[in-house]
Design a protein around this ligand. Sequence first.
Ligand code: DGL
Length: 259
Amino acid sequence: MSKQPIGIFDSGVGGTSIWKEIQALLPHENMIYLADSKNAPYGPKGKQAIIDLSIKNTEYLIVQGCKLIVVACNTATTNAIDYLRKNYETPFIGIEPAIKPAALNSKTHTIGILATKGTLSSELFHKTAHLFASDSKIIEQEGHGIVELIEDGKLHSEAMTGLLEVYLKPMIDADIDYLVLGCTHYPYLIPILLKILPKCIKIIDSGEAVARQTKAVLIQHNLLNQSTKKGKSTLFTNANPQVITTLLGASNDISYLDF
Ligand code: DGL
């Protein structure tokens, strides 16, 4: 079983930011990545629709024999991971916005969070914010349009810079010192964000923590691949493969699949 792949899914190409972190920490693991770009964005959809799409992705990965599934999507985690854990035996790793470390380290006691509507309106997000950041002011911003531009291959565009300037201004004005990226598409924005944000604002995301948690759970279930060979990753998208190829480079194994 330990040689079986890790399955990873996201509403689109964004979860590859998590796939990269896992590959860096666990280079001997085989992985299957599903970019459900045909159904992106998940953010504006209701909870049940997000659960249904998460079931579809999960069942495909289980049929492929995945030993563990990483829900590399904050929106799917915050809306669907409880359902998945209750209904499938496979271990699941999820991703949630890193508000805990941001609130713990903030000197201004004011943190910003950029995430999808689906994440910011979820019960799980509110629970986590209440538990770990009740002493901080949280400036929330829904990232309308950001995922769509990335999925459309327009990461580096005037439209993207324009959106980000509008979304960040209230946070900068409120004196945040941490910006939490609450969507796995957003680490790809970091070079643009660094040009807009004052230097005193630190950017934080959960990618590395997810990779560490993946390793810990594999060890706990005795599922760590003991091979010394480099693992094989296969990435599938149900939309135009060019977008993911441009993000990751053509040397990766990327194909179209209608899942
Ligand atoms: N990458 C997804 C996330 O982390 C994007 C959600 C969407 O498709 O709206 O939330």
